[in-house]
Design a protein around this ligand. Structure first.
Ligand SMILES: NC(=O)c1ccc[n+]([C@@H]2O[C@H](COP(=O)([O-])OP(=O)(O)OC[C@H]3O[C@@H](n4cnc5c(N)ncnc54)[C@H](O)[C@@H]3O)[C@@H](O)[C@H]2O)c1
Length: 386
């Protein structure tokens, strides 16, 4: 082969011992890109990501490094940031640790890619955006839900004009997170403590902001009711702790054009759905139900005419009256797909719209959702600027 140049990109990956950092970002994204032989650029150059693992536990890092035959790892963030091969800093730590580490990375001149939420409050999120802009480094925030096959198909329907005038969106997200007593919890305990950056509103409303805006349009107001349904849980060390953060949020969002979006988010619900998140969209011309992978539609021309009669058992199998939207494309892991775009943004200056201002908009919706819940009222969502 001629003209095949390799371009190594050192990536400081902080928090790879955590759930997201390890599984989705290290294994399913960066190592997967390496295993596929790197990332080819239009000019034939191949980007090869070189992870520099950072975490708090030497033992855990050493085990990960050995398992994946990696040799660059440290518990010293400053040392990793000053590694001469480092170009990108990636953060998948607990949310409360993020801002400080991102500031350090920007000061070290690295480009920054980070998990959401980018900070615990809007002010800090905007400050990070400003600091990064004035340092001239490239930044990005994970917005993985946009890359889910189900939501990609839903967007395709919107773009193709399937719905006519969109009336409403109803989202149902959640599953039962075990309390940790008689069965181990499947989420980390900090998620249930407000003082440690936990809570379902801060966790999920940043996703809902970009999902709603990318697919349907700007969010103009939020009204949320937050609940802490499970008051006590048991942590990773077997200690009982008090839950100080919301574990369910019942939100209503008004979008441009009068579209009403209502999304329930809960870690205290049992799944009677086909997927862990589902959105039903109703429009004048048709409706759709999209999940993580699947998307089904019903056009107005084939809409049945049910008549309310509680004296009779249901006469129709309503679910069977929907039609599957075909993939018509191959969908890669969403985290990996977004990593590839960020790497191309860094190396080849290709566009990457999901910057820190986008991240701050997510944090803003969460912050306003929490305020709405506290004050018991609907709150306008104002435009954010740097
Ligand atoms: N994009 C998504 O869909 C998605 C899903 C879940 C979590 N997240 C985000 O990813 C980040 C990590 O979440 P996770 O579920 O992987 O958490 P986790 O508890 O499994 O991992 C947390 C990581 O942060 C590190 N850490 C640093 N300081 C810490 C401290 N004081 N206490 C505990 N851990 C500390 C840990 O070593 C670990 O590597 C969060 O910001 C979360 O909002 C994103």
């Amino acid at each position: 082969m001629t003209g095949l140049k390799e371009r190594s990109v050192g990536i400081v990956m902080n928090g790879v011992t955590g759930r997201m950092g390890y599984r989705q970002h290290l294994v399913r994204s960066i190592l997967a890109i390496r295993e596929q032989g790197g990332l080819a650029m239009p000019d034939g150059t191949v980007i090869r990501p070189e992870p520099i693992l950072v975490g708090r536990s030497e033992a855990k890092l050493a085990a990960i490094a050995q398992r994946h035959r990696l040799d660059n790892w440290t518990t010293d963030l400053d040392a990793a940031l000053s590694d001469s091969s480092a170009e990108i800093y990636f953060d998948a730590q607990v949310t409360s640790r993020r801002a400080e580490s991102v500031r350090k990375a920007v000061a070290a001149g690295l480009h920054v890619y980070t998990e959401k939420p980018i900070a615990e409050d809007t002010e800090t999120a905007l400050e990070l955006a400003r600091v990064a802009a004035s340092a001239g480094v490239k930044v990005g925030v994970v917005q993985d839900k946009l890359f889910l096959p189900g939501l990609r198909k839903l967007k395709r329907l919107v773009d193709g004009g399937f719905f006519g005038r969109i009336l409403s969106v109803r989202g149902e997200f959640g599953y039962w997170v075990f309390e940790g007593s008689w069965q181990e919890a499947q989420r980390p305990s900090w998620n249930y403590r407000a003082e440690d950056g936990g809570g379902i509103i801060i966790d999920m409303f940043c996703h809902w902001r970009y999902v709603l805006e990318d697919i349907f349009g700007p969010v103009r107001s939020v009204q949320a009711l937050a609940a802490t349904h499970i008051p006590e849980r048991v942590d990773e060390q077997g200690r009982t702790y008090t839950c100080t953060a919301d574990d369910a949020a019942y939100g209503i969002f008004e979008l441009d054009g009068g579209v009403v979006a209502q999304i329930n988010s809960s870690w205290a619900t049992r799944v009677f759905r086909d997927e862990l998140v589902e959105f039903q969209v109703d429009g004048t011309e048709g409706s759709a139900v999209a999940g993580l992978r699947r998307c089904r539609v019903q056009h107005r021309s084939v809409t049945p005419k049910p008549v309310w009669n509680p004296d009779l058992p249901a006469t129709e199998d309503f679910r069977s009256q929907w039609q599957e939207v075909p993939d018509n494309a191959e969908f890669d892991n969403g985290f990996k797909a977004q990593w590839e775009l960020f790497l191309k943004h860094v190396v080849n200056d290709e566009p990457f719209p999901w910057d820190f201002l986008a991240g701050a908009r997510g944090v803003q919706l969460a912050e306003l959702g929490l305020r709405s819940a506290r004050e018991g009222r609907r709150i306008a969502v104002d435009e954010l600027t740097l």
